[in-house]
Each structure stands twice: as structure tokens, then as C-alpha cells.
Design a binder for this molecule. Structure first.
Ligand SMILES: Cc1cc2nc3c(=O)[nH]c(=O)nc-3n(C[C@H](O)[C@H](O)[C@H](O)COP(=O)(O)OP(=O)(O)OC[C@H]3O[C@@H](n4cnc5c(N)ncnc54)[C@H](O)[C@@H]3O)c2cc1C
Length: 239
């Protein structure tokens, strides 16, 4: 407990291993896992909490207990998605996977191509390879000096892609996405697994966000072809 994903990912990578982590290396491991955890490898590897072998927990009565399949299995079940309030987790034993590189990263599309790329992506998800995980975000960068010049003052579609396989297979699987519209920036390629946080490139420092009419909340919408109304809604709000 107390560790952030960056430290765990780096330590595991030294042995050719990887945790099934979230998108950002600065997020706390325990807080993330208690919510279930659905990260950049969601479709190929599922929920991060499915990789938890056991917790050490201080309960409300002050007892220190192990929660696992064999000990306090109801608490073990509840902690893998039940979030806070069930006790203080002091230790998590987590199963790692053998993985050293991914074909992963992201594509950026300029504002005039957002609609074509977003609709193309939604259609593509209907038949996407089961091992490929993707997500999309419309990002509006303010015209402020600290924003890198290529992003400053622009609204871009950020299409994130992760495939735990070879460069050749990844190129083939990503080819349809690259054909949606002219690409503004292509940051997709072979990625050491320790660089998994660069797929989403979430901000490392606290910053204000506005999502679905709420400050500072998180709203991830799982997409499939029937998500067309959600895409319409996104495009309307991003306009
Ligand atoms: C930049 C960013 C990217 C993210 N990406 C993803 C993603 O890809 N997938 C995903 O599923 N989620 C993602 N999240 C959401 C993230 O999983 C939650 O915000 C999570 O609560 C963060 O935990 P924390 O430990 O960093 O924060 P904290 O605020 O420290 O913890 C959140 C809550 O977890 C509980 N908690 C934390 N530590 C303990 C402990 N030791 N014992 C008991 N309870 C504890 C407490 O209830 C606490 O209020 C992301 C969040 C951010 C900010």
C-alpha cells in the first residue's frame, strides 16, 4: 500500500513482467485496485482486480486479516471493486504477467477530422480483434504557454490503442484506424511495457477537468456499435 503504478511497473519490467495496471503511472495501486481497475489492456486482460492474490487488511475492529480465495473470501470479493470503507489495506499480493513490449500508443486527429475518425472508430469496434484495447477522447488544449506547441489551443481527437503482441501484427490491426482520416500525429509503435502510461498520457499533476457537466469526475463510457447516440452526444458537446 502507498505505492503508485509507476514504481510497480518499473520493478516488474526488470524481470520481463508487467502488472495489469491503469492508464496513469501516478495513480495509487490500492485505490485503483479497490475500484476494480479497467486499464489500457482491458480487452486482452480484463479487470486488474482479477490479478489480486490476497490483501492484508486492518478491519473496523482493528484486526489484521488476510483476504483471499481461502481466507475471508467474502471480504476478498468485496474489496475487488467495492472501493473504500471496507478496511485499510496495508498490502496487496498481485499476479504479474509475462510481457515486455506492446504495440501501443495513440493517434491524434485534427478538429475537422474528429467526426470521421470517431464514427469510423465506433464502427470498427464492432469487429475489432479481441486482444486489442482502444479508447478515444476529444481533448481541448487551452492556448497557454506551458502546453507544447503542437497541442496548444487545439481541439484534437486522441485515439488510444494497445495490443500485447508483435510489431507486425500490431501494424496490421492498427491499419484501419490510420485510414479513418488524415493523421495529425502518429505516436503508435512498439512500446516497452514500462511506458504503458504514455498510451493515454494523462496529466501527472492535479488539474481541473470538466466532464458531463461535473468538475473533477471521471466518466468512461464503454463503446460498441450501439453507442452511436453517445457519439452524437459527444460531438454535440465538443462542438
Ligand atoms: C490520471 C488518472 C488516470 C486514471 N486511469 C484509470 C484507468 O485507466 N482505469 C481505472 O479503472 N481507473 C482509472 N483512474 C481512476 C482511479 O483508479 C481512481 O481515481 C482511484 O480511486 C485512484 O486511487 P488513488 O489511490 O490514486 O487515490 P486516493 O484518493 O488516494 O484513493 C481513492 C480511494 O481509494 C481508497 N483507498 C486508497 N488507498 C486505500 C487503502 N490503502 N486502504 C483502503 N482504501 C484505500 C479510499 O477510499 C480512497 O478514498 C484514473 C485516475 C486518474 C487521476
Amino acid at each position: 500500500a502507498g505505492a503508485r503504478w509507476d514504481a510497480v511497473t518499473a520493478a516488474a519490467a526488470e524481470h520481463g513482467l508487467a502488472p495489469i495496471s491503469g492508464a496513469a503511472g501516478t495513480v495509487g495501486v490500492v485505490g485503483y485496485l479497490l475500484g476494480g481497475g479497467l486499464g489500457p489492456l482491458a480487452r486482452s486482460h480484463g479487470f486488474s482486480s482479477d490479478y489480486i492474490e490476497s490483501f492484508t487488511v486492518v478491519t473496523g475492529t482493528g484486526d489484521v486479516v488476510i483476504a483471499s480465495q481461502d481466507h475471508n473470501s467474502d471480504l476478498y470479493w468485496a474489496l475487488r471493486g467495492g472501493k473504500g470503507g471496507l478496511g485499510i489495506v496495508t498490502e496487496v499480493r498481485l499476479r504479474l504477467i509475462e510481457l515486455s513490449t506492446l504495440y501501443a500508443g495513440s493517434l491524434f486527429f485534427e478538429e475537422e477530422h474528429i467526426e470521421a475518425a470517431l464514427r469510423g472508430w465506433i464502427d470498427w469496434t464492432a469487429t475489432a480483434h479481441a486482444q486489442v484495447s482502444t479508447s478515444a477522447a476529444i481533448l481541448s488544449f487551452p492556448p497557454l504557454d506551458f502546453i507544447p506547441e503542437p497541442f496548444r489551443g487545439r481541439r484534437l481527437l486522441h485515439l488510444r490503442f494497445a495490443y500485447p503482441g508483435s510489431h507486425e501484427e500490431g501494424e496490421t490491426l492498427a491499419a484501419p484506424l490510420r485510414a479513418f482520416a488524415p493523421i495529425y500525429m502518429d505516436m503508435l509503435g512498439v512500446l516497452p511495457v514500462a511506458g504503458v502510461a504514455s498510451i493515454h498520457n494523462d496529466p501527472c499533476d492535479p488539474c481541473p477537468t470538466w466532464m458531463e457537466g461535473t468538475f473533477g469526475s471521471s466518466n468512461y463510457v464503454p463503446c460498441r456499435r450501439s453507442s452511436t447516440p453517445k457519439v452524437d452526444c459527444c460531438l454535440t458537446h465538443a462542438a
